[in-house]
Design a protein around this ligand. Structure first.
Ligand SMILES: NC(=O)c1ccc[n+]([C@@H]2O[C@H](COP(=O)([O-])OP(=O)(O)OC[C@H]3O[C@@H](n4cnc5c(N)ncnc54)[C@H](OP(=O)(O)O)[C@@H]3O)[C@@H](O)[C@H]2O)c1
Length: 294
């Protein structure tokens, strides 16, 4: 039996890696090809067409992105090429061969001035270059492939790769006290939970088209916290001996502006796919366990 082929970009990133670890569970239904930048470099636009001609996938999950939020302020062109131009080309190639295109976007498409969680139809207004390029990617994907699925997520972490949780654990081992901003509010996302949600969406595709009302979905773990709250939980669950102190964002300037409130409303995702969201602390617990702290 020939199985549908799922191609996943960004295999060495947090989400791509989580999907690769999860994939053996689905091998009876799908073939997988995980690619890194050596096999498909999204900054080399001319290589995208030939890549699709070679593999002809049925599903394409784009987990690769230019994710260096601060560096994007100076590497604008590269960030745009990877996050917008390449997304346009991949979406277009998928449309040509009737391949379902899923790409991942960010809470940073919003400006953070809201006082309640952002819905998918709320006005976007990115504050930084990274958010701008990701928003352009969303728009170009839908324009070039109306069946694209865009999953906006936030504060992604996992046992693999670089992220806030691993940075905190390192600093907590090295320092007696650390200072963390307490006025940026959002929701963490454990990459393993997002990977499971994406596979569940793919399983639902055969019955999805008739009931799909929108292209964009918000996904994160459940709960609303500050980075400081997150750091306190990391400290208390890991048991590391370090004091965590709250500071305002004004005391920690960064090249890229951050939204102060980037909580997303996930009801649309829950209604559409009937996948429950895990509580952020439960998922943090799982990640710390994977890292050997529990
Ligand atoms: N991390 C977060 O907090 C966060 C928050 C909101 C949304 N998101 C979105 O979620 C998705 C997954 O993020 P993540 O956390 O898994 O990101 P990540 O760990 O930074 O991984 C990004 C991946 O993209 C690859 N990549 C970068 N430039 C590339 C290029 N020119 N060609 C091919 N591959 C390239 C990287 O390859 P190398 O390993 O070779 O560098 C890496 O494997 C992204 O769309 C991101 O924008 C992330």
């Amino acid at each position: 039996m020939i199985k549908p082929l799922i191609i996943v970009t960004g295999k060495n990133g947090q989400l791509g890696h989580a999907l690769e670890i999860l994939s053996p569970k689905f091998l009876s239904s799908f073939d997988f090809l995980f690619v890194d930048r050596n096999q498909l470099d999204l900054s080399q636009s001319e290589t995208i067409g030939p890549f699709f001609e070679k593999y002809h996938p049925q599903y394409f999950i784009n987990c690769a992105a230019y994710t260096a939020v601060d560096k994007a302020e100076t590497e604008k062109e590269l960030a745009y090429t990877v996050n917008a131009t390449a997304v346009r080309l991949m979406a277009k190639e998928c449309a040509k061969i009737n391949c379902r295109f899923i790409t991942v976007s960010t809470d940073y498409v919003f400006d953070g001035t809201a006082s309640k969680p952002y819905t998918e139809s709320d006005t976007t207004n990115p504050l930084n270059e990274y958010g701008f390029t990701k928003l352009k990617g969303e728009q170009l994907a839908i324009e070039n492939n109306p069946q694209s699925i865009i999953i906006r997520t936030s504060w992604v972490y996992s046992a693999h790769g670089n992220n806030f949780v691993k940075t905190m654990l390192r600093l907590m081992k090295e320092c007696e006290e650390i200072k963390v901003v307490n006025d940026q509010i959002g929701s963490p996302t454990y990459a393993n939970d997002l990977a499971e949600a994406i596979m569940e969406i793919i399983l639902q595709f055969p019955t999805l088209d008739s009931r799909l009302l929108t292209n964009i979905f918000h996904f994160s773990n459940d709960g609303i916290i500050s980075w400081y709250d997150f750091a306190v939980a990391i400290q208390s669950l890991s048991g590391l001996n370090c004091k965590v102190l709250p500071i305002p964002s004004s005391a920690y300037p960064t090249p890229a502006k951050r939204a102060m409130y980037s909580v997303m409303d996930k009801q649309n995702f829950i209604n559409q796919f009937h996948i429950p969201l895990k509580d952020w602390k439960e998922s943090l617990h799982e990640c710390l366990k994977e890292l050997g702290y529990l």
